[in-house]
Design a protein around this ligand. Sequence first.
Ligand SMILES: [Zn+2]
Length: 278
Amino acid sequence: MKLHILVCGYIQVSETVPYGNSIDLRNTAKQLAAPDKNRLTMPVCAYLIEHPKGLILIDTGWCRDISPCGVYDLNAVNKVLPAHLSALFHPCLPEGMAIHEQLAAMGIRPEDLDYVLLTHLDPDHVAGLKHVNKAKHIILPEDEYFWACRTVYKTRQPWSLWYDQPIERLYYRGSPLGPNRWAIDLFGDESIQMVNVPGHTDGQAAIIVRNGGRYVLLAADAAYSPRNWQEMITPGFGFAREWQRKSLRWIAEMAADPGCVAVLCSHDPAIKAGVISV
Ligand SMILES: [Zn+2]
């Protein structure tokens, strides 16, 4: 199997977002007001998997209208995101990096995608869904949808980006995998598994892409870089710190497994676009 790492834009966020080690409200207020000089530029990754059962896209990055000329454009951002999320993310999407633009450059039409798997509903992961919503299946864990509809997540996961999209919801089931022992085995053969890693959101999925004894773990936003699990620093943007810790401990175990080819975080500044063989 081939796994393509696609960088679908950037965020510029306070350094406490990845390494805040606390998720209190004071921290959040500081993140919204952070001056440019204290912000880190981080990629927004999606992944395309060439799997024997079809083409699978993981997450979708930013949408073109958030950055029409390919640069940070506050007026355009404010048409897509509420002001507090604009202030948090400072998104930009250079020309050619929107998900449908990258797929077109590879000769792939949205309707050629067999699956789009969404790790969670934060806007940097689902804004581009409108560009690929002709895919045959768009899959989200029910647990992520459930909480997005009912709680404070409404303030961070704008409904306009996902609520009217043709999303199919699948239930997590009991599994040996993950800190919560919940996973969705997409094909029933362990080759693609969505593993619940709570903390950033309750329903967030990490993705395991497995070929025999070898696998890649896509950690989504459970970690921002290996520093989080190597030094046990919890990200400063999330919902439940104890679950952030449990998810990081599980990722550390997986990273130490000889079968683990790589652990990739959606916003790791060290990640470069490219292809990994699994
Ligand atoms: Zn994210």
